[in-house]
Design a protein around this ligand. Structure first.
Ligand SMILES: Cc1cc2nc3c(=O)[nH]c(=O)nc-3n(C[C@H](O)[C@H](O)[C@H](O)COP(=O)(O)OP(=O)(O)OC[C@H]3O[C@@H](n4cnc5c(N)ncnc54)[C@H](O)[C@@H]3O)c2cc1C
Length: 394
């Protein structure tokens, strides 16, 4: 059965950017429909970091208690173990935020929280298993999207289409928006390791390569940073990866021996952004506007901050009429600067992240600077924990 909906804003993509925008618009009295292609939010290849500034937003929305009731782990400092030598990379303990910690929460729990909160507002609708497939136009203006839902075709017309469908967005290409970027120098191998009760690894272990370990309660999610293009999926590659991991973290040698090539997922890192985030009737936010590297774990925070800025600038307009181009441009102008700054820093971080053991086993220079000037860890903590331009709701 085909479905036709007319609403004030339709958002393609129920990730952090799309769901936060949906929640904020519905809370501001705007009718909003979010289309999410998956049936649920269970996804493995996602960041889990909820920044102190995002937790402030949750508090402003009255969601902090509900957030803290979900499974999570707090990290007051980002610590790195370099050939067994411990140092702090970023310190959140002096941030001017309610919670001075980075919190790890599986992204599905965080997205469930946003979706539940949004569903309490009358004007909010989330259509799951519904993939936005095309743009509807009236002359040059985008006036809606077509989608494939579980029961057939879905057509949604709206005053504004927001593309929050992530870094592989089709919609932005259909709108003629093509990202430009720099090739990222690194890729990430992503796999699970079994976890014994009370077992623990440092969050970042580095030496001849880098391993990030996310404790997901009953297993470890491992991200291993490798030079871009160096993984072909062969048994020989896997042998090399296991040797490197055992070299960085001897304790991991035994559990990693059980990993097969089928268990390893390659995540290609991209670092790119749109020059123009909008056309008449359509705005891109989050990864659809700017794919971030996982360096520093800031992608979710930026996506959320885009959503907050977009809701603040556009909700009053959307309640009355379709936003004009210059009103969409204000969102881009507000958010482009933090994206540029963050991507520049991420590019600078690629080399030390990849520094697969300097011949003398020496710390790469940026890490040495942070070690020798501990006060800098509050600066890095601020940059990661708040972002280059934090956003407020009102
Ligand atoms: C390996 C890796 C590790 C990362 N680690 C971190 C980290 O630790 N911390 C951090 O902050 N960031 C991290 N990031 C980045 C972070 O995941 C993204 O920046 C963030 O998820 C962007 O949010 P988004 O809502 O813009 O897009 P996404 O999270 O990509 O969400 C897009 C949503 O749209 C849906 N969708 C896609 N196409 C359609 C369609 N046609 N119709 C309907 N729905 C659609 C998708 O199913 C998805 O739910 C990492 C990224 C990678 C690749």
């Amino acid at each position: 059965m085909d479905i036709s909906i007319d609403t004030e804003c339709v958002i393609a993509g129920g990730g952090p950017a799309g769901l936060m925008l949906g929640l904020l618009l519905a809370r501001a009295g705007v009718d909003v429909v979010v289309l999410e292609k998956h049936a649920d939010f269970l996804r493995d290849f996602r960041g889990d970091t909820i920044h102190p500034s995002t937790q402030d937003l949750l508090a402003e929305l009255g969601l902090l208690d509900a957030f803290l009731q979900r499974p999570h782990a707090d990290m007051p400092r980002v610590r790195l173990s370099w050939h067994g030598q411990e140092l702090t990379l970023a310190d959140f303990t002096r941030l001017p935020t309610r919670r001075k910690v980075m919190t790890f929460m599986p992204q599905w729990d965080f997205l469930d929280l946003l979706a539940d909160a949004a569903a309490r507002h009358r004007g909010f609708r989330l259509l799951r298993s519904t993939r936005a497939s095309g743009l509807i136009r009236d002359g040059d203006r985008v006036v809606g999207v077509t989608a494939d839902g579980p029961d057939g075709a879905v057509t949604v017309t709206a005053r504004l289409v927001v593309d929050a469908s992530g870094r592989d967005s089709d919609l932005r290409a259909q709108a003629g928006l093509i990202p430009v970027g720099v090739a990222a120098a690194m890729d990430v191998l992503w796999f699970r390791l079994p976890k014994a009760p009370d077992e623990h690894y440092p969050f970042v272990q580095a030496g001849a390569g880098m391993i990030i370990t996310i404790d997901r309660g009953d297993f470890f999610q491992i991200a291993h940073v490798i030079p871009a293009g160096s993984w072909t999926g062969s048994e020989q590659d896997l042998v090399g990866v296991k040797q490197r991991i055992a070299g960085i973290s001897p304790r991991m040698a035994e559990p990693v021996a059980t990993v097969s090539t089928d268990d390893v997922h390659l995540l290609r890192v991209r670092l790119e952004r749109l020059r123009h985030w909008y056309v008449d009737g359509l705005l891109c936010i989050g990864d659809a506007a700017h794919a971030m590297s996982p360096a520093g774990g800031v992608g979710i925070n930026l996506a959320i901050q885009d959503a907050v800025a977009a809701a603040r600038l556009l909700a009053p307009v959307l309640r009355e009429r379709a936003p004009r181009g210059r009103e969409l441009r204000r969102v881009q102008r507000r958010r482009m600067w933090p994206v540029r700054v963050t991507q520049r820093v991420q590019r600078m971080m690629q080399r030390p992240l990849l520094a697969t053991s300097a011949p003398d086993g020496a710390l790469p220079v940026p890490l040495r600077v942070v070690r020798d000037h501990p006060a800098l860890t509050h600066v890095t903590g601020r940059f990661i924990g708040l972002g280059a331009r934090p956003e407020r709701l009102g």
